[in-house]
Design a binder for this molecule. Structure first.
Ligand SMILES: Cc1cc2nc3c(=O)[nH]c(=O)nc-3n(C[C@H](O)[C@H](O)[C@H](O)COP(=O)(O)O)c2cc1C
Ligand code: SF4
Length: 680
């Protein structure tokens, strides 16, 4: 191991010995059922412990009070019923040798009143938060006393639940931070104005927590190292806050984040996608580490052990958070110790996991579909009893690569045909957009895995039926992706596809009209790509907003970039016709509500309407297959093997997956591949 040695030093915090410095910071994957810890949640956390992590901070944003909703699918820690769930979780984590804490949170205005108790939200001052939209009630003295009691009772439950410690959330736009920050706190009583007054609520909460759990229990805080917003807490302010709290003797660790989460741009900064550089907030952790004498935790885009080891050995921090790295591969640590570093599935910072939670769904990694599905999909695919089949995979995008990987791990002989000169499919295009280059990392990893597993890869090979049949296959997986769609209207043939722009086949011109009717990454990426290359771009969509398929961590980045590059944005409009006007193009643009029309003459019109399945080969092979191309959808949703064999005289089983089936996102394509292939 060598360079990673600093990460394998144990850390002692009071009674608690943490076996190494690998940390999964507090996060909610939204796996609770109405605030109750589910079996799925326990398995998800246990897998990280099994994979070698030292400390896993489960229970992100655990609710402490009746006015807190489980908006993000988090634990409801405000009643005694939670203790049983804590015990189950702690036993599972401890069973694999890891330590655990729970993050107690009062969201303050960062909640919605209309989900659970229909109670108002509370805050220091009555300011509406953009992300959640609530107009909070200003906290009175009895509210403050009640919230202190809620934190104390919730902390007692954590201790009764055999968990090793608590983290009080003072970040992410939650209540304590709302009191800390002059940007959010305009009070004139003893809890507003001076710094000492603004820090008071947090310290009082910690006093209450301490008296509930005792001096020997591990208690820490999570706080910003810089709010990164005008009028908010600066880096110097945050260092002083950390010093004040550490010197109170009430806390045993500080976990440092960067930014705040009260705006969509803030979400893109605090839980950053690849928009923020790798290890971008390390300096914030270091500044606090140098100012206090207690252990410092920090996570944010330290996705590889080399960066984490550097941070620990240089004394920037004590526990190295690699939260999404352990979502992308919960066995990351074990693979390091077993000299299987090359097998670590990389976190590329796509932000799909956290954006799912932000948009009200459960967390999923964009390319590791086993995470969060531990009961159904193993992290490590092993050879099956039927090993030795001949499998042909057509297409080297995410679906085809994953299908080939899984089939090879099942012990089959796999041949993969890819029409392009490199693997990756649409991900290659996505990586050409300005700030999303790192997305290519996971298809590169998949390609390397295929080489290690001995998959026969044929690049520049547009497979036809005879090429497939020559292989004498037992199974054919069609993952040939889609072809770009520009929609149907008179003159659509004049439209340039977003793919041609991103691939460099079409050069962006001076004045461009682009329409995006898919709401995903491609439209905003392409508009940003053209605008940053110097084009004057107007982007329209027939959707009510841009990027409706995206969550804040990606949307905030895109919106920041397109506004920065002066892209003109208009919703609720559709292109209904295009005609040539000399050497330019004139688009008829119609408002989808009023039907009012306008005309726009530009040099180039670029369209993004998802893809249409590239399915010619599939339909050619279908009559010769044993299942006539049919997939058992019930079996897919139950993660069971495909057993359809309606045409036994057929020569092979034929499965169509990913965009070759229907235009969807990367996760859906990879999940198709896994569900179809894991039992072959
Ligand atoms: C799915 C998901 C949910 C999260 N929920 C929380 C949360 O409830 N509380 C919190 O403090 N941070 C939360 N985070 C932020 C993480 O703790 C961490 O700060 C962030 O992922 C950046 O670290 P990383 O780059 O190592 O992943 C969440 C992150 C993810 C991916
Ligand atoms: S979705 Fe992206 S950011 Fe999240 S764990 Fe997977 S690769 Fe990392």
């Amino acid at each position: 191991m060598g360079i990673y040695d600093p990460l394998f030093e144990p850390l002692q915090i009071k009674h608690l010995t943490i076996r190494n410095r690998f940390l999964s910071t507090s996060h909610t994957p939204a796996f609770c059922d109405n605030g109750v810890i589910t079996e799925r949640y326990v398995r998800y956390q246990a897998e990280k412990a099994k994979g070698g992590v030292g400390l896993t901070q489960f229970g992100g944003a655990t609710a402490v009070a009746p006015e807190c909703s489980s908006y993000y699918g988090q634990i409801n820690g405000s009643t005694d019923g939670v203790v049983e769930g804590y015990r189950r979780m702690a036993a599972a984590i401890h069973g694999h040798g890891a330590a655990c804490t729970v993050q107690l949170t009062h969201g303050g205005r960062r909640e919605r009143y209309d989900i659970a108790g229909w109670l108002p939200q509370f805050s220091a001052s009555p300011f509406r938060e953009i992300v959640h939209g609530a107009f909070p009630a200003v906290m009175e003295d009895h509210d403050i006393a009640r919230v202190r009691r809620c934190f104390a009772d919730s902390a007692r439950r954590v201790r009764e639940g055999d968990v090793d410690g608590v983290e009080i959330s003072c970040q992410g736009g939650t209540l304590v931070e709302q009191f800390w920050s002059p940007w959010m706190n305009h009070r004139t009583d003893g809890y507003g104005g001076s710094r000492a007054n603004r820090l008071r609520l947090g310290l009082e909460i910690l006093e209450s927590v301490r008296s509930a759990v005792g001096d020997d229990f591990v208690v820490g805080i999570r706080m910003p190292g810089d709010q990164k917003v005008a009028g908010g807490l600066s880096q110097d302010d945050c260092v002083e806050i950390a010093q004040a709290y550490a010197s109170s003797g009430l806390i045993d660790f500080v976990s440092v984040v960067g930014g705040q989460a009260s705006t969509v741009k803030g979400e893109a900064q605090i839980w950053p996608s690849m928009w923020v550089p790798s290890a971008g907030y390390l300096a914030l952790a270091r500044a606090i580490k140098h100012a206090v004498q207690i252990p410092i935790f920090h996570a944010t885009r330290m996705a590889d052990a080399a960066t984490a080891a550097h941070a620990v050995s240089e004394g920037y921090l004590d526990m190295a958070g690699m939260t999404r790295a352990f979502i992308a591969d919960p066995h990351h640590v074990n693979k390091l110790t077993q000299d299987k570093e090359h097998e670590i599935r990389p976190c590329v910072g796509a932000g799909y996991c956290v954006d799912r939670v932000i948009t009200g769904h459960d967390a999923c990694c964009i390319h590791n579909v086993a995470t969060g599905r531990e009961a159904h999909i193993p992290q490590h695919i092993t050879p099956g009893e039927q090993a030795g089949k001949q499998v042909v995979v057509v297409g080297g995008g995410p679906a085809g690569l994953e299908a080939a990987r899984v089939c090879a791990r099942r012990g089959h002989h796999v041949v993969l045909f890819e029409a392009a000169s490199r693997l990756g499919g649409q991900v290659v295009l996505a990586s050409r957009a300005t700030w999303r280059r790192e997305i290519i990392g996971f298809t590169v990893w998949l390609g390397e895995e295929l080489e290690r597993l001995g998959v026969e890869i044929h690049l520049n090979r547009l497979a036809d039926a005879s090429a497939v049949l020559e292989q004498n296959p037992d199974v054919v997986v069609i993952a040939s992706g889609g072809v770009p769609n520009t929609g149907e209207f008179p003159g659509a043939e004049h439209v340039t596809t977003s793919w041609d722009v991103l691939a460099g086949v079409a050069t962006p011109t001076e004045q461009v009209l682009m329409y995006d009717n898919s709401g995903g990454h491609v439209g905003l990426s392409c508009a940003d790509f053209m605008a940053s290359a110097g084009s004057s771009v107007e982007l329209i969509t027939s959707d009510p907003s841009f990027g409706r398929e995206l969550g804040g961590t990606n949307l905030g980045a895109y919106m920041n970039e397109v506004y920065r590059h002066d892209v003109v944005l208009k919703t609720d409009e559709a292109v209904t016709a295009v005609r040539r006007t000399g050497n330019r193009l004139t688009a008829t643009v119609s408002n989808i509500y009023s039907s009012h029309e306008r005309e726009l003459t530009v040099d180039q019109i670029v369209g993004e309407v998802g893809t249409l399945p590239n399915d010619e080969l599939y339909f050619e092979l279908k009559p010769r297959s044993r299942n006539l191309g049919e997939l058992d959808l019930d079996a897919m949703t139950r993660f069971e093997p495909q057993r359809i064999d309606t045409h036994p005289q057929g020569e092979f089983f034929l499965y169509r997956i990913g965009d070759a089936w229907a235009s969807r996102n990367i996760h859906a394509s990879v999940l198709d591949a896994m569900r179809v292939c894991k039992d072959l």
